[in-house]
Design a protein around this ligand. Structure first.
Ligand code: NAD
Length: 496
């Protein structure tokens, strides 16, 4: 009998009484690794009520006491790094080194949370009127909720709860149902670090449970990271309920390759950023826009990619692991077929890749399309797999326009030897995170992670006609979730 994943409610690790269960399938073997109950309405509501109770006293706990819990938590994560990374790799499929990276970026946020005393100071001004002084203070919001995706099981939850909690909020995490073991390991360490009961809780489920959280009168703020359609739904529903929300969603990141780029660093960067983590990164480079004579780099890129092989998480030679599940693999393969049908050239085809040790794994070797056009499905859709699209353009301006016309604006990069060209790109590209000769420009924890346009609902950069059209479409598609209809696309592996 496989392990049943517990939830953390009111300081206790509990087994839900729900009969609706989601199997966690090993991406290497297809064996059931664990079973996650989708929690009952009453259990979710109880967690929210407990969180609110906890918040009412936690907000008054002296700041240094709150910080000390984070200091201890950071040390506990470091002490357990190896065990955490193995848990993460086994359930998610990513290589051990990738899991260490996932965790490291996460505990850097915990370290940052320890600077809360200086971050939470307010403002004071004397004599705004004769004898009248004014001050502003920062206060906790209340019950905050995080809904997180499968691709960074440690880093993304850690983006959220350490900061929310140290500020005096209580927090409920609803992790992706594919990667609950890592979430529960992180939860156990926070309990060990001394977080009071109810201040941090973990609940499990999918659409129904998220809806309950969105509609509960005591939840105040939502952080979501995941797919654009679900993000649009959560943003719309939270806003309709007059709650604060930030939703970091999809991406289609472009690299502009100038003819004067350094060949070796360009090719290494392109391989790592397009294929690393099996392309399941919101900051992966999915499109290389090749300017003029830079097309001479392509044959060498393809040659080097032929040596890039996926493998099991503990295979030191593996460049990346299997895809998260068969559904994702099938979706990516159907997109590849659409690329072929629409006339792009599949110059490197990884569909035939097999792995002797794990023949049942969700494998896909590196794939590269050349001759991609912006009206093709492989360009318009987020593929989220090890598939790189190449588009040739004649000029820098043409490449820049193509990038700015894309609906998403999460990350981008330019490879060039010219400071002037790099400066112009930095200034004029309409994308939140920009790398110059760096392929994945992810900021450290003390900067915000700032997708723009269709990649982020919830701040002023989610602008633009295309982003609006997309958001409206996504909202319309998900309208039926408001009305409680069944949605086939999110039919989880339910078993009574
Ligand atoms: P997903 O949208 O399927 O799931 C994300 C979360 O939403 C999970 O916790 C899931 O249980 C929940 N969910 C799923 N369907 C729901 C519904 N109908 N109603 C309410 N909640 C629902 O995303 P995923 O497949 O886990 O993650 C991949 C996506 O995440 C990609 O689109 C990727 O670009 C995006 N992503 C974005 C960023 C970023 O910072 N912009 C970072 C990482 C991942």
């Amino acid at each position: 009998m496989s392990e049943v994943i517990k939830a953390l409610v009111d300081g206790e690790f509990i087994v839900s009484k729900s009969k609706t269960i989601n199997d966690i399938i090993c991406p290497l073997t297809q064996k059931v690794q664990a079973r996650v109950p989708h929690m009952l309405d009453s259990e979710i509501s109880h967690a929210v009520e407990v969180a609110n109770e906890a918040y009412l006293s936690w907000r008054f706990v002296p700041i240094m006491k709150r910080v000390r819990i984070m200091l201890k938590y950071q040390a506990l994560i470091k002490d357990n790094l190896d065990a955490l990374a193995k848990t993460l790799s086994k359930e998610q499929g990513k290589t051990y080194d990738d899991s260490i990276g996932d965790l490291t970026r996460g505990f850097e946020v915990v370290e940052f949370a320890c600077s809360a005393p200086t971050l939470l100071t307010g403002e004071y001004m004397e004599n705004v009127g004769r004898g009248v002084n004014t001050f502003s203070i920062k206060q906790a919001l209340g019950v905050c909720v995080g809904i997180t995706p499968f691709n960074f099981p440690a880093m993304i939850p850690l983006w959220m709860f350490p900061l929310a909690i140290v500020c005096g909020n209580s927090f409920i995490l609803k992790p992706s149902e594919s990667v609950t073991k890592t979430a529960m390991f992180l939860a156990k360490l926070l309990v060990d670090a001394g977080v009071p009961k109810g201040v941090f809780q973990v609940v499990h489920g999918g659409r129904e449970q998220v809806k309950l959280l969105l509609d509960h009168p005591l939840t105040r703020a939502f952080s979501f990271v995941g797919s654009p359609k679900v993000g649009a739904y959560i943003y719309a529903r939270a806003s309709e309920n007059l709650k604060r929300s930030q939703c970091l969603v999809g991406a289609k990141n472009h690299m502009l390759v100038m003819p004067d780029a350094n060949e070796e660093s360009l090719i290494n960067a392109l391989i790592g950023s397009s294929m690393g983590a099996a392309g399941q990164r919101c900051m992966a480079i999915a499109v290389a826009v090749v300017v003029g004579n830079a097309k001479r780099f392509i044959p060498k890129l393809i040659e080097k990619l032929k040596d890039v092989k996926p493998g099991a998480w503990d295979d030191k030679k593996a460049a990346y692991g299997p895809l998260i599940n068969k559904k994702a693999l099938g979706h990516i393969k159907s997109l590849i077929q659409s690329g072929i049908d629409e006339g792009a050239n599949l110059v490197l085809d990884g569909r035939g890749y097999t792995n002797e040790a794990y023949p049942e794994g969700n494998w896909l070797g590196p794939c590269v399309f050349s001759g991609v056009k912006t009206n093709m499905e492989i360009y318009k859709e987020e593929i989220f797999g090890p598939v790189l699209c190449l588009i040739e353009v004649d000029t820098f301006e043409e490449g820049l326009k193509l990038i700015n016309d894309n609906i998403y604006g999460n990350g981008t990069a330019i490879f060039t030897a010219s400071g002037a060209v790099a400066a112009k790109f930095k200034q004029e590209v309409q994308v939140g995170q920009v790398g110059v000769n760096i392929p994945i420009p992810v900021p450290l924890s003390f900067f915000s992670f700032t997708g723009w346009r269709g990649s982020f609902y919830g701040d002023l950069h989610a602008y633009g006609k295309e982003a609006m059209t997309f958001y409206t479409q996504a909202k319309t598609i998900t309208q039926r979730w408001f009305e409680d209809d069944k949605d086939e696309e999110i039919a989880f592996n339910f078993k009574a």
